[in-house]
Design a protein around this ligand. Structure first.
Ligand code: ADP
Ligand code: MG
Length: 486
């Protein structure tokens, strides 16, 4: 486990973290109504009578949302419960028109599962999943548009959420953040949630406690509604330090709900945490228990895409390093891009090196994602194919990439038109080698004592040929001409 202990005045402390992650289900319609779910629509333009809590309206379950939850459960290697039950979770809030949220409490649709988390250095941590349940989202209160009125936007009310609850298995802020990245990758591969934290389609309640290693868990505090990886790390670091200070000065931690203030970087109390009984859960009388067919679940299981762990293993079997494989599987789109290159017939290792060493660096620098980048997978594949075929040198390949990046075009046509083909014609290379040797008699003397200087000659010949000489030919010719050992 990734124990990163924190020093206090009474010795080392261990942080314990468990997450409750709300993932908005990717679905065109809401969980119990046909209203649309698109982000950014005009306020209250996507609200049915059911979502507005009008008297006499009845919820009707959206089968596709159920399928998405099952698919997610299978992706989390979790138990699928063929019978699950919806409950009413009662509380009052202005953006909750019914005065209750339909959720699942004692009998969630998905039970125990597991996520493997890849940590820096190749270590893998296991984070247990306790459950996944389906529930409705609430609306949104808007307090900053009028001096003495609040507004309510119900577009979000009734949208399907999957709440995914982990075991308290994480031991550092970095591990929690790596878990969230992995979870986001999994739901995005599955197509069950877009994982967009900025738009709030994925948000986490972060439970934090601290303990002396080897002792029982202490009371936790829950930091609500976090939707930025960076702030989650900051909040955990701040909160664990705060709890250590309280405990070391003889105080006790009270179970509390906290908010993270992004301006001060501190957590502060909002309300004392409700207990389950405060919500007066009872079975939703307007819905029957949700009963699934095992054969339907099996069909969904059979249709799952290849997920990041399996992909990583497959890429490593093709000869990639753990690091390269992890970079490529981290985002679904990156893996798709890489696989499009493989389909174009390039060697896996060459493609991975090229992407990691050349193309991703350019994308990062330009602040572009893989789908926004200007060079297609087939163009990148053509470039490295030309290297493998000895049509161009590795150095020219980078130049060709730069040209395709800024001007577009077909890499082979560019090489042809700009005369970038590698010179394999020995007589032309011989001429360049002889000229470099003739122009540098003192270096020729030195290289006899210091054979490593041969690299300098290679550089000069490459320069003289505009980088187009075949490096193997240059090396071989230089060795004979300079009388160097093989
Ligand atoms: P509740 O239903 O009251 O929110 P749960 O027992 O279901 O409480 O736990 C909610 C979350 O808190 C889970 O993600 C769990 O892993 C986490 N958690 C439980 N105990 C601790 C602890 N001592 N320290 C940190 N996290 C914890
Ligand atoms: Mg909870």
């Amino acid at each position: 486990m990734n124990n990163k202990l924190i020093q206090g005045s009474t010795g080392a402390w261990e942080v314990v973290i468990g997450l409750e992650v709300h993932c908005q289900v990717l679905s065109k319609a809401k969980l119990f109504s046909g209203a649309a779910t698109a982000f950014g629509a005009d306020p209250n333009s996507q609200v049915s009578f059911v979502d507005a809590g009008m008297p006499g309206m009845l919820p009707v379950i959206n089968k596709f949302c159920v399928e998405q939850a099952v698919r997610t459960g299978l992706g989390l290697k979790a138990q699928i419960n063929l019978t699950s039950i919806f409950d009413r979770k009662n509380y009052f809030y202005a953006d909750l028109p019914n005065g209750y949220q339909i959720s699942q409490y004692k009998h969630p649709i998905v039970g125990e599962g597991e996520v493997l988390v890849d940590l820096p250095g190749g270590e893998v941590a296991r984070v247990g999943i306790e459950r996944l349940h389906l529930e409705q989202d609430a609306g949104k209160s808007i307090h900053d548009q009028h001096p003495d009125h609040s507004f309510v936007d119900l577009n979000r009310a009734g949208i399907a959420l999957m709440e995914i609850v982990t075991r308290p298995d994480m031991r550092s802020a970095e591990e929690a953040s790596a878990f969230l990245k992995k979870l986001r990758a999994i739901v995005r591969y599955l197509g069950t949630c877009d994982g967009n934290m900025e738009e709030g389609s994925m948000r986490a309640d972060v439970n934090v406690s601290v303990r002396k290693p080897g002792t029982p868990f202490n009371t936790r505090c829950e930091i609500k509604n976090m939707n930025s990886m960076r702030f989650i790390v900051q909040a955990i670091d701040y909160e664990s330090r705060r709890q250590i200070d309280v405990l070391e000065s003889g105080g006790v931690i009270e179970q509390q709900t906290l908010l993270f203030d992004t301006k001060t970087g501190e957590t502060r109390a909002t309300r004392s945490k409700e207990d389950a009984q405060d919500y007066r859960y009872f079975p939703e009388p307007d819905l029957l228990p949700l009963v699934l067919d095992q054969s339907w679940v099996n069909d969904i299981a059979a249709s799952l895409p290849e997920l990041p762990d399996a992909k990583k293993d497959r890429y490593m079997a093709l000869g990639l390093s753990t690091y390269d494989a992890l970079v490529l599987v981290a985002e679904k789109e990156t893996a798709e891009y890489f696989e499009a290159m493989l389909k174009a017939g390039v060697d896996a290792k060459a493609a991975a090196n090229w992407l990691n060493n050349e193309y991703f660096g350019r994308l990062n620098k330009a602040g572009l994602s893989i789908t926004e980048g200007p060079v297609s997978a087939s163009a990148n594949a053509e470039i490295i194919k030309m290297v493998a075929e000895n049509v161009i040198s590795g150095k020219i390949a980078k130049d060709v990439l730069d040209i395709v990046w800024s001007e577009g075009g077909d890499p082979r046509a560019i090489v042809e038109a700009k005369g970038l083909k590698q010179v394999t014609d020995t007589s032309a290379i011989e001429k360049a080698v002889d000229e470099v040797i003739a122009a540098n008699p003192e270096k020729v003397e030195q290289v006899k004592l210091k054979p490593a200087l041969a690299g300098w000659f290679v550089g000069q010949v490459m320069k003289a040929t505009g980088g187009k000489a075949n490096p193997g030919t240059v090396n071989a010719l230089l060795k004979t001409r300079l009388g160097l050992p093989d």
